[in-house]
Design a protein around this ligand. Structure first.
Ligand code: LMR
Length: 394
């Protein structure tokens, strides 16, 4: 039976890391998968995480199963990180620890499907390329709403709202909380407010995917949308990830948060999340969740982590400015100024798939075929090389 399965092509994002690693060119630049890199091109373990890990290894005294909702303290710590201290919806919110943001998305989609068998989830066009396969495997129907205008390099809010006016009551709208992947263009505060009105008018349920909290403008600023909708919409589902803001990519730690009319109701919904998880992978892994909880609960580690995260954010934004400036010098125009205006790890360079391929073949510069770059792959040492190559293929 298994002999009928054919080899699949490499993953369109993860395959780039492997291809770049195998490239012998010393000038190669990996702008592919969304992984933070420092000025030396390394993905360091954050020092607050390293300290939490050392303490945890000393203290951990069992490898018995993790509790179904996650390691003790994780759910409350993540709910507070998302909503902020004193948020009016805290008492109505419940979080379930999941294996990464991807696990959180999968659990959320399956809970939505249980709540409503004919559920449709609206996805931004474009969206993270893995959203579609991941969510369809939960059995939900998918629809697209226009989001990014490549001419302005910003959100096409008029087209977005026009599309959502065609959504049926009971539909779910997946929104990137911040640092949109792949386009780097985010909703502004007025747009979040207007979106909340429209969602409520049309009885649509918001579902926020927030995988980059703290990498855009700041931990609080990046959570504006989550906090606003949690306060102003009757229900909200949030999938969050600790891969990027805690640098815990390989530990697979994230959460799904349900905000409903009451704490009791959210508790009931979360029990379905735990039951979905039981049928998929049983329980979340403990290690990453324990580290996140420790960092968030400790005054000192929390402070240290926030400082490190600020450094990450500042470096990404500095590289955005550096690339925009380098392109301005080469093209004598502001065509790439948008890179400096956008936020998070990603921007579209607006190149064709053929140009992306030339960058890879002739310059060993790796990016997703859509011309999405991971800005964190740029360094002071390689930004001129990248800008020269991009100018050459234009
Ligand atoms: C990305 O979009 O590059 C990251 O979220 C990594 C992934 O899993 O695709």
């Amino acid at each position: 039976m298994l002999q009928d399965l054919q080899q699949l092509p490499p993953d369109p994002i993860l395959g780039l890391s492997a291809a770049c690693a195998a490239d012998p060119n010393p000038q190669k630049v990996d702008l592919g998968a969304g992984v933070y890199k420092d000025e030396q091109g390394r993905t360091p373990i954050m020092s607050a995480i390293k300290k939490a890990e050392q303490a945890w290894i000393q203290e951990e005294d069992t490898k018995a199963y993790t509790p179904q909702m996650g390691v003790a303290g994780f759910a409350d710590a993540i709910t507070k990180l998302l909503l902020g201290d004193g948020h009016p919806a805290l008492a109505r919110a419940r979080t379930l620890q999941c294996p990464g943001g991807s696990g959180a998305l999968q659990v959320a989609a399956r809970v939505l499907k249980r709540a409503r068998d004919d559920v449709t989830i609206w996805l931004s066009d474009p969206s993270w390329p893995n959203h579609r396969p991941l969510l369809s495997s939960a059995g939900v129907a998918l629809q697209d709403y226009p989001y990014y205008d490549p001419r302005t390099h910003a959100v096409d809010f008029g087209a977005l709202t026009a599309a959502l006016n065609r959504a049926d009551p009971g539909n779910v709208v997946l929104i990137h909380g911040c640092c949109h992947n792949p386009c780097g263009a985010d909703l502004d505060e007025d747009q979040w407010r207007a979106l909340a009105v429209q969602l409520n008018d049309r009885q649509l349920t918001p579902f926020i995917d927030i995988a980059y909290q703290g990498l855009g403008e700041g931990l609080d600023e990046d959570a504006f949308g989550v906090r606003y909708l949690a306060e102003h919409c009757p229900e909200l589902v949030v999938a969050s990830s600790a891969s990027k803001n805690f640098g815990l990519y390989r530990e697979r730690v994230g959460g799904v948060t349900f905000v409903t009319a009451s704490g009791e109701q959210s508790e009931r919904v979360r029990s379905h999340g735990a039951s979905v998880a039981r049928g998929l992978y049983s329980l979340p892994p403990a290690h990453g969740g324990a580290l996140v909880t420790r960092v968030l609960q400790s005054v000192e580690l929390n402070r240290e982590w926030r400082q490190e995260l600020e450094g990450v954010r500042e470096r990404i934004n500095a590289m955005r400015a550096a690339l925009a400036e380098a392109m301005r010098e080469r093209l004598n125009d502001g065509r790439f100024d948008f890179v400096a205006r956008q936020r998070g790890m990603f921007s579209f360079l607006g190149l064709s798939a053929a140009q992306v391929e030339t960058l890879r073949q002739d310059h060993s510069i790796y990016m997703v075929a859509s011309s999405r770059i991971n800005v964190a792959g740029l360094t002071a040492a390689n930004v001129a090389y990248v800008a020269d190559a991009v100018a050459a293929v234009l």
